[in-house]
Design a protein. Sequence first.
Length: 294
Amino acid sequence: MHKLRSMLAGITIIAAILACNLPSNPQDPAAVMTAAALTVQAQLSATVPSASSPTATFTPVPFPTSGPSLTPNPTHPPAATPTPNCDNANFITDVTYPDNTVVSAGDNFTKTWRFKNIGTCSWTPSYALVFVNGESMGGPTVQALAGNVNPGQTVDLSVALTAPSSNGTHTGNWGIRNAAGVIFAHFYVQIVVGSGTGGPFAVTHVEFSVTGSCGNFHTNVSITTNSAGTVNYHKIFSDGGTDTAPGTLTYASAGTQSFNFDNAMGAAHTTTWIDIYIDHPNHQQFGRATYTCP
């Protein structure tokens, strides 16, 4: 629109100029109009490019394909993590003869401790239960483990001992030794030797005997006391259950009495166990009878 107005203004000016320069003969209007038209045409030709006129070309500037190189921030080494112990044991319980159990002088007894392997290495038969110091009570100096105990597994370690002949408290210190000769677990046995009837009434030993096979196991349990009294007991099962019918044994003097029961298992590839808990007089768990179905 702006260009059209400019051209109309131009035509008007040209017409005025021509009018001033034209002959003064008013009888030739055609000549006036022809001259004006030619002048406008010349103006238009000067302002509008022809089809053959070259067009301007633009060369695009390429964008960079990658940014400038950046120096990465320095990285810090990861924090060191503690190295787990290869050989490490966790004492769980005294399976037999807890501290200060009364034993008659000269009596043979079997001390059993229960441990869990909380290290990263398996305990092999190259490992051993060893006497460290104190009173050995006739026990072996070194007793090799019977089999492998893998990380996370529990094991009962037993040693056959004989109560000293003198009255009083007797203590023997023991340990678990690895294949390199390093003792990495320390524990002890402590008994009280009495006189005459063997001191206060107590259960001194529980022994299990298992016969039969999967689906028809038969178990015999023998409980030994050091004097006359009544023993109350119940069973503890590996699934966490307990016996609903606790048992009772009455002793007229020191000695051993037995009871038995059947245990049926139907699931293959399983191993279960049963412990005996002495409610009176010891308040102690003894074990265990083990049942395995291949």
